[in-house]
Design a protein around this ligand. Structure first.
Ligand code: C3B
Length: 839
């Protein structure tokens, strides 16, 4: 890494330096060369997967050239870098995105055509990089796209899981999990076998004094696991900036085997050690918004934090700057509490290894870190048992205790009258066993804490972090409402709409400044524009209908109203409310005369999403949806009036087909539970309206698009506590229509009622925590309004065009600018000019 070519030989290097393809002819050169040499295949044995590989490698070459230039340029610019630490990056497919971001899709299409392949088939060969569960991981992916597009010098750091989120199969209506081994062929990553970090676990602490009488702490005799870097290039849109996503893979520290054991005849033990090391980065934990407290998860977190911090510090030290400059060169964003151990780890490096005093080290740490909170759900707030941390990371536990001591002394001095304050805000919860509260550590160790939508950012200040607002002052807490990248979620997923918009706005500038969309309002009454807009929506519905037929064998009429809810399955997201509503609709249809049924607005209710493998209630909801689908779709009385579809294995690439095809999408969480939501933004940007509660970013979407263009229902977050209280003391108030739904489920209309009793009872007998009974009536009434509104296609069309025009605020570019200005204090780096020789 350090060696460089001496000056006299550099001319030769420059002359032979790698060239980017620019024409379809050069592209074909690259594809055929890769197929014939890298893959050792020929025109006699190349199928679509081979053509995909050749295409991907040709684009990879291009990205790497830009990537190298960007990294050199950013290093010499010597500006502050952003490091986004996230345990999840839900990237999806890379090829289409790379082609569009570097502006070479048409060139590639022509080239592939000449070589005998269809672009769409080639794109379809790629497996998703599914290193995430849901919203949090996808947000990280959108942020990487925006950081590169806006030319910020920024790296993502994560784990290179061998198994991403499981593949979901539905067998007899039940979810089954199949491992996702996605690395068989991954042309997008570069193993950096020379970039490694040894990470220590377990071991002992030794205190000693040096000759000058200074106290030191050493962490020794632990178990070492090696982290190997794998880099993936992240191309910006319409810029040459290509940033880096560095993912760490674990391996045994002594190469293939531990030679001391190997030579003493303990062959099996040595292999077992190797496997144990590799296990650390083996699998993504499939829980969304749920903390399970497993030791291996803590190991993953430390392994990744330690490797990333070592790497960041190594890069900083090359600059030979003073430590006090560290926060001027480095901003580290903690994506949720998962990377919180980076805080004590940086302290350990600065104090134990670099010899700084506590106060200076602590001040550097606080200026460097900032923390994003993504949920207030109690079951998602991470806590680690003290004995577990003590055993795995003895030095870090000491440091955490030291942080806590200093902090509590400060609190005691400033709030002498509030006697309970100390136990409320202590990083250590005095339970049995004691627990480390990671969110508190993250707040205390950061200079800024943000929520992800206005309501959510307000809620964290009045609930989980209330005391910290008093202690640190309100300015430490801020809001950055989430966003999505319009490149993937409009230009890539809905190219025809993107093209139509560009034709009216005079080009694609709006993809770099989404607020320009507002100019579309000038075309709301333009006949040709309206027609084309409507045709595109229909074509997208047709595409989804074809996919539904192919994937699930269900025939749906694309002229029906498409009602879609796709997201992780969770009680708080209330897919149960949706399916109860569907059952209600079915019962009403059954009672109608055939003539009335013909008049009813036909609807297709589409669901998709994974349940955490151990989350029984979520799995029960999936089962119920599938049973209802079975009954309704096979009911001859019903026909096209209602179809119910559960789409298997929802993921990013499927979302790109699903999102552009909605008439209505559902974002119906119990008020105060969904921090933001981001698929709500995706659907609206693609000309779909939404039915939603006053929760998360729905509220800001309403503000932007106008109350007339969104279907809101349900109780407000400020009433939730009282309603729960009322359930407990006075019982539920179950609407007769909901009662009927429960009766039919209990009578076995959808198969063995016992299967669904826990779900129904959670409402009728166990307090209805998520307020399904309170919101059911207004939900059903609002669905009726939607049916009525949809009948007036002209007005509906006006609404859908209007909402697209008003979505400018929700670009992740806007988020990144806010983070850069309010939190990181960073500037973009002007990308390097292309060399003149055409390379
Ligand atoms: C999610 C939240 O549930 C969403 O409301 C939010 O839009 C996204 O994060 C992004 O901010 N979230 C998640 O996916 N996983 C968690 N563990 C916590 C929150």
């Amino acid at each position: 890494v350090e060696a460089s070519v001496p000056e006299p030989q550099r001319e030769a290097w420059r002359k032979h330096s790698a060239r980017e393809f620019n024409t379809s002819d050069q592209f074909e050169d690259a594809v055929v060369r890769h197929i014939e040499t890298t893959l050792a295949r020929s025109l006699y044995n190349v199928d679509e997967s081979g053509a995909y590989a050749g295409t991907a490698l040709a684009f990879r070459d291009r990205l790497v050239i830009e990537w190298n230039r960007t990294q050199q340029n950013q290093t010499s610019a010597d500006q502050k870098r952003v490091y986004y630490l996230s345990l999840e990056f839900l990237m999806g497919r890379a090829l289409d995105n790379a082609m569009l971001n570097v502006g070479m899709k048409d060139v590639a299409r022509k080239g592939l055509d000449e070589l005998g392949f269809r672009m769409e088939d080639i794109i379809d060969q790629e497996r998703d990089a599914a290193l995430g569960n849901g919203g949090l991981g996808r947000l990280a992916a959108c942020f990487l796209d925006s950081l590169a597009t806006l030319n910020y010098p920024a790296w993502g750091y994560g784990l290179r899981y061998r198994y991403g989120i499981f593949r979901q199969e539905i067998v007899n209506g039940y979810q089954m999990e199949v491992p996702d081994y996605w690395l068989e062929f991954n042309p997008w990553e570069f193993p950096r076998h020379d970039v490694t970090v040894d990470v220590q676990f377990y071991g002992t602490i030794r205190k000693y004094m040096d000759d000058s009488g200074k106290q030191h702490t050493a962490w020794e005799n632990g178990e070492i696991v090696t982290a190997v870097a794998y880099d993936a290039p992240i191309p910006g849109y319409g810029t040459t900036t290509t940033n880096n996503l560095r993912l760490w893979s674990s391996k045994a520290s002594h190469g293939e085997f531990d030679f001391t054991k190997f030579n003493s005849g303990e062959y099996e033990a040595s292999v077992a050690d190797t496997q144990r090391a590799e296990t650390i980065s083996a699998v993504l934990y499939p829980n969304d918004s749920l903390d399970r407290g497993k030791e291996l998860r803590l190991k993953q977190q430390y392994f990744w934090c330690a490797a990333s911090l070592f790497d960041i510090v190594r890069r900083f030290k090359k600059s030979k700057k003073a430590w006090s400059d560290f926060p001027n060169q480095v901003a580290i964003q903690l994506n949720d509490t998962h990377p919180t151990l980076a805080i004590p780890e940086l302290l350990r490096i600065l104090i134990d290894i670099e010899g700084l005093e506590w106060d200076e080290a602590w001040s550097i740490v606080q200026k460097t870190f900032s923390y994003t909170n993504h949920t207030v759900l109690p079951e998602a707030l991470e806590k680690w048992s003290v004995p577990l941390v003590q055993n795995l990371l003895p030095r870090h536990l000491q440091i955490i205790y030291d942080i806590n001591l200093q902090f509590l002394q400060f609190v005691e001095r400033n709030f002498p009258k509030d006697r309970d304050m100390l136990s409320r805000v202590s990083i250590i919860e005095e339970s049995q066993p004691k627990m480390v509260r990671m969110a508190y550590l993250a707040v205390i160790g950061s200079h800024k804490v943000n929520g992800v939508a206005e309501l959510h950012s307000d809620l964290i200040k009045t609930t989980i972090f209330k005391d910290f607002v008093k202690i640190h002052g309100p300015d430490k807490f801020t809001n950055v409402t989430n966003g999505i990248t319009p490149r993937r979620w409009l230009h890539q997923a809905n190219f025809r709409l993107s093209e139509l918009i560009a034709s009216k706005l005079g080009g694609y500038d709006y993809l770099n400044d989404l607020t320009l969309l507002h100019k579309l309002e000038n075309y709301v009454d333009d006949k040709d524009f309206r027609k084309e807009f409507q045709d595109i929506k229909y074509a997208n519905k047709l595409r989804l209908a074809r996919y539904i037929k192919e994937a699930q064998g269900i025939t749906v009429n694309p002229a029906s109203l498409f009602d879609i809810q796709v997201k992780r399955i969770h009680e708080y997201k209330r897919q149960q409310l949706n399916i109860f509503g569907v059952i209600h609709r079915y019962l009403e249809l059954k009672e109608m005369s055939p003539a009335d049924r013909k008049k009813a607005q036909p609807r297709v209710s589409i669901f998709g999403g994974k349940a955490a493998p151990g989350y029984w209630m979520a799995k029960t909801i999936i089962h119920l949806i599938n049973q209802v689908s079975e009954v309704v779709n096979n009911d001859k009385d019903i026909g096209d009036a209602l179809k119910v579809v559960f789409l298997e294995d929802y993921n990013v690439s499927k979302a790109e087909i699903i999102v552009p095809a909605s008439d209505i999408s559902e974002h119906i969480s119990t008020a105060g539970t969904e921090a933001s939501g981001t698929s709500n933004m995706k659907f609206v940007l693609n000309g779909g309206l939404i039915i939603g509660t006053c929760d998360g970013a729905n509220i800001e979407i309403t503000r932007e698009v106008g109350e007339d263009n969104i279907f809101l229902f349900g109780n407000l977050s400020e009433d939730v506590e009282d309603l729960r209280h009322a359930h407990y003391y006075s019982g539920l108030n179950i609407d007769p229509s909901l009662q009927r739904v429960f009766d039919e489920i209990r009578n076995g209309m959808f198969g063995d009622a016992g299967q669904f009793s826990s779900l129904v009872n959670s409402i009728t007998d166990h307090g209805d925590y998520y307020l399904v009974s309170d919101d059911f009536k207004s939900y059903v009434e609002t669905q009726k309004l939607i049916d009525e509104a949809y009948k007036n296609q002209e007005e509906w069309l006006t609404k859908t065009i209007t909402v697209v025009a008003r979505m400018g605020f929700f670009s992740s570019d806007r988020c990144i600018e806010e983070y850069a200005q309010e939190i990181w204090n960073t500037e973009p780096v002007v990308p390097p000019a292309k060399p003149q020789n055409g390379a």
